[in-house]
Write a new protein. Structure first.
Ligand code: ADP
Ligand code: MG
Length: 229
């Protein structure tokens, strides 16, 4: 059997003040899973996501993704890891408003050294498959929240990440747009994309994931598989 895509081993994260944000977490996520991390505000969800994304380091323990010790990487290795293996989607989209939609989507590939023509073609294909090709030359500010999140997902997929990470991806959307983004994530996972999603929205977790874990005070206190309808 192949190793899990994500292996979290005895991970704790302590900040200078307060109780630990994470305490002795162990977690395996296999390729092809869609895992939702649930939990109240302050329970450690974003901290866990940031450790996996290499945006922060654990105080103790090991974070292994795609066979790489993320917690031991240099800054240069981390930049490359984030660019090439991880796609990230955020609550507030984090698009560059001065760039057109297709330039936003192309950017990660260009930073990774892909030729502009090839990158443009791949971006166009992604925008097409995500149903937003007609907005390719628009600026993000002209789009609805749901459309912007689709652009952000396209950008996250540009470098064919092993892992798609999302922190409250529907948190800033109206219910129709949220449903839309939910369906998109389900579809991506059906096509094999491994997804790890942080949310405090139980409905989102249930509708778009195959497994949920719940954090409470920095510990995993529930881990269950759910059926996707
Ligand atoms: P969640 O995403 O579940 O709301 P977080 O992972 O953001 O929770 O935070 C977990 C705990 O760690 C909280 O008590 C929070 O106040 C604390 N925390 C998060 N980031 C920092 C930081 N940079 N410095 C100090 N404490 C932090
Ligand atoms: Mg958070």
């Amino acid at each position: 059997m192949t190793a899990p895509l994500i292996q979290i081993r005895d991970v704790s994260k302590k900040y200078d003040v307060g109780r630990p944000a994470l305490s002795k977490i162990d977690l395996d996520v296999r390729t092809g899973e869609a895992l939702a991390v649930l939990g109240r505000s302050g329970s450690g969800k974003s901290t866990l996501l940031n450790l996996i994304a290499g945006l922060d380091k654990p105080s103790e323990g090991a974070v292994i993704v795609d066979g790489l010790r993320v917690d031991e990487m240099s800054e240069a290795a981390l930049a490359r890891y984030r660019r090439e293996r991880i796609g990230m989607v955020f609550q507030f989209f984090n698009l560059l408003d001065d760039l057109t939609v297709d330039d936003n989507v192309m950017l990660p590939a260009q930073l990774a050294g892909m030729a502009a023509g090839t990158a443009r073609k791949r971006a166009a294909g992604l925008l097409e498959s995500l149903g937003i090709a007609r907005h390719a030359k628009a600026y993000p500010g002209r789009l609805s929240g749901g459309e912007r999140q689709r652009v952000a997902v396209a950008r996250a997929l540009m470098n064919r990440p092993a892992l798609l990470l999302a922190d409250e991806p529907t948190g800033a959307l109206d219910s129709a747009s949220a449903a839309d983004v939910r369906e998109l994530l389900v579809e991506l996972n059906r096509n094999g994309q491994t997804i790890l999603l942080v949310t405090h929205d139980v409905a989102l977790a249930r509708s778009c994931t195959t497994r949920t874990i719940e954090l409470l005070d920095g510990r995993i206190f529930r881990d269950e598989r759910v059926t996707v309808q």
